[in-house]
Write a protein that binds this ligand. Structure first.
Ligand code: ADP
Ligand code: MG
Length: 413
């Protein structure tokens, strides 16, 4: 990751992680060395007093301590991302040289697993960075493998075994972090979407309310004029048709974020579908689109607001028809699903939707049509959700789209 593309908040998080890590690293490294190589051998028969006298000796400590001012420099330069890699590679390199100096050319068995490496692996998840995690894992395993090959010594194998176990543990932690972060950000995104809808809803409801009254009188007068001047041909019907279109858009707008009070009643899905198809037939025929229906003989009733569900199927049928400018067949299937649900699928042979665009469909005002509003699916989704149902869109670009709606059956006696 490059600090230049990170938000200050993330840089701050990285700084916290690297600070914690540097403290742990130096405290662990120095106390372990002082105890094991100096104090314990002095007072007991354990420990390893020889250690400091061989290999890089004290130089190892002096060089590793020099990493600290360099790290602080990067920290101050607001580039904390580099530090963890710098410390890791620096340390591994020094340790490798130290080990080679110690063992190369001697017949001594390898016995120098370094405890600090375990720290690198166990704490890798605090950086929440998969690349770094794998760098550390492969780096450490690679160092031991290299030593094993160069020194021709199989004694590195227990160290590698231990390290692999730790890598596995650390990996589980890292994956948990990532999954937690993912769900957190998707919850956040959902909330943002809801808030956006609420704001649009409020605004829309206010504006829509103001538009509807003048619209109603416009339509009334247009109809009146049409009756008075029937010889003026096609203009008045077009005017009335366009006013109806504005009215529909305003209706959609009023629905978003501010659902109307629902009147839930036991209703037949077949009736809703038949009604919707009869309304849309005109538009379908004009475009050479044929609507085929397959309804199961017995479809349980559902609890719903009939007007709203009709709106749902009008929106979906409209989309299907609009996706087939060259004509085609729309297949509508309605049937029970198990004994608690009803499922309706609407299959068209239209242009389909690209995979990457599917996620945008529920975003208000997303449309690919010249005179689309991008509200139809938003409203549809909202209505289905209010009915505790599910809406699923599957599409094969160029071949067609399948919309599946699942609704619970009526609970009323
Ligand atoms: P609008 O129809 O006003 O564009 P919608 O919310 O109904 O708004 O649809 C949003 C977009 O989703 C459409 O512009 C279209 O690109 C795509 N879409 C929806 N249904 C279909 C379908 N059956 N086939 C192909 N594309 C579709
Ligand atoms: Mg639409």
């Amino acid at each position: 990751m490059d600090a230049g593309h990170q938000s200050p908040k993330l840089i701050f998080e990285e700084k916290k992680a690297i600070t914690l890590f540097l403290w742990l690293f130096y405290i662990f490294y120095l106390t372990y060395s002082i105890f094991w190589y100096i104090i314990i051998p002095k007072y007991t028969t354990y420990g390893n007093a020889q250690y400091i006298k061989e290999g890089l000796g004290y130089w190892q400590y002096i060089i590793v301590l020099c990493f600290l001012p360099v790290s602080i420099y990067f920290y101050k330069k607001e580039n904390p991302y580099i530090i963890k890699n710098f410390i890791f590679f620096g340390f591994i390199l020094i340790d490798l040289i130290d080990n080679l100096l110690r063992y190369l050319g001697t017949a001594r068995p390898f016995a120098s697993g370094n405890i600090v490496e375990l720290l690198f692996i166990l704490f890798a998840p605090i950086f929440v960075n998969k690349k770094y995690f794998w760098t550390v894992s492969f780096g450490v395993v690679g160092k031991y493998s290299l030593l094993g090959i160069v020194l021709q010594d199989a004694d590195v194998l227990p160290a590698i075994g231990t390290i692999i176990v730790l890598i596995a543990i650390s990996y589980v932690l890292l994956i948990r972090f990532f999954s937690y972060i993912d769900s957190l950000s998707s919850a956040h995104e959902e909330l943002r979407q809801k808030e956006k809808l609420a704001v649009i809803g409020q605004m829309a409801a206010t504006i829509a309310h103001e538009i509807r009254n003048p619209l109603a009188s416009l339509k009334g007068f247009a109809q009146l004029q049409q009756e008075r001047f029937p010889e003026s041909g096609t203009y008045f019907p077009i005017m009335i048709q366009e006013i109806d279109r504005i009215d529909m858009i305003v209706n959609d707008l009023m629905y978003i974020g501010k659902p109307k009070a629902t009147q839930i009643e036991k209703t037949s899905m077949k009736e809703i579908l038949s009604y919707t198809i009869s309304i849309m037939e005109q538009q379908a025929l004009a475009q050479d689109v044929v609507v085929e229906t397959i309804f199961a003989e017995k479809i349980p009733l559902i609890d719903c607001d009939e007007r709203h569900l009709k709106q749902v199927f009008i929106n979906l049928l409209k989309n299907a028809i609009e996706a087939m400018p060259e004509g085609g067949i729309i297949k509508i299937i309605a049937q029970p699903l198990g004994d608690s649900k009803v499922v309706v699928t609407i299959n068209d042979q239209g242009c389909g939707i690209n995979n990457e665009d599917i996620s945008k469909l529920m975003v208000p005002f997303y449309t690919t049509k010249k005179d689309g509003t991008g509200l139809g699916l938003v409203v549809t989704h909202q209505i289905i959700k209010e009915h505790n149902g599910e809406l699923k869109l599957e599409s094969d670009p160029g071949k067609g789209t399948k919309v599946t709606i699942t609704l619970p059956i009526s609970q009323k006696k």
